[in-house]
Design a protein. Structure first.
Ligand code: ADP
Length: 222
């Protein structure tokens, strides 16, 4: 079950992927998380990535592709994966297709989480994240029990620098210019599925669960 999640920032790709990954036992691979981790640990990749990310721009295609290449070769990705935040441009999608061909596999589906811009901006500007375990909260939709503290691990909550209004606008602009074209690209290849994502989180999850369950059964039968 090799899945790509498409959709604008704030559609809930990461939130849904974490839960699906746990339920279906396949890794959630997020280039955004990997880049933020590199920034946190202060690697060379992190220093390079920071200047792009904080302003809401994309890191160069080759940087993202190199990260994914290494990650997909790991043992735990053999039974499948959910790619979140990759590919983000058509060149990245083409490079992914080539890479998977070399590895003798292919994508099963590209799932497009659809959400309106109004909902996205509300979600991103109210988002708080745990510095320790990465759990995501929202000041209105999913508030933590105690202000500024993670319910799950007690870690400190913070706002991503790119969740500031100017960076949100820039990310949406980049999404429209570079990433939205992927919807057509995957539709042309017969891989696209659309799932509404500006409804309640649990409703979107149910729809995703149905899709994933079908694949699980199909994989077991074949
Ligand atoms: P979101 O989907 O909420 O915008 P992500 O966590 O997926 O956030 O990504 C955060 C930032 O990391 C992006 O704005 C971009 O700078 C960088 N990034 C992540 N994935 C890629 C990618 N595939 N190609 C280029 N840049 C990326």
């Amino acid at each position: 079950m090799n899945i790509v999640f498409l959709g604008p920032p704030g559609a809930g790709k990461g939130t849904q992927a974490v839960d699906l990954s746990r339920q279906f036992g396949i890794p959630h691979i997020s280039t955004g998380d990997m880049l933020r981790e590199a920034i946190k640990t202060g690697t060379e990749l992190g220093r390079l990535a920071r200047s792009y990310i904080d302003d809401g721009n994309l890191v160069p295609d080759q940087v993202a592709v190199d990260i994914i290449k290494e990650r997909l070769r790991k043992e735990d990705a053999r039974a499948g994966y959910i790619l979140d935040g990759f590919p983000r441009t058509i060149p990245q999608a083409e490079m992914l297709e080539e890479l998977l061909q070399e590895m003798g596999t292919a994508l099963d589906r590209a799932i497009y989480l659809e959400a309106s811009e109004k909902v996205i901006v509300e979600r991103l500007s109210g988002r708080w994240i745990c510095r320790e375990c990465g759990k995501v909260f929202h000041i209105v939709n999913m508030p933590p029990r105690a202000d500024g503290i993670c319910d799950a691990c007690g870690g400190e909550l913070y706002q991503r620098p790119d969740d500031q209004p100017a960076a949100i606008r820039q990310r949406l602009q980049v999404y429209r210019e570079k990433t939205a074209d992927l919807i057509r690209w995957y539709a042309d290849r017969g891989l696209l599925l659309r799932v509404p994502a500006d409804i309640a989180r649990e409703e979107t999850y149910k729809k995703l669960q149905e899709i994933f369950s079908r694949y699980k059964v199909a994989n077991e039968v074949s």
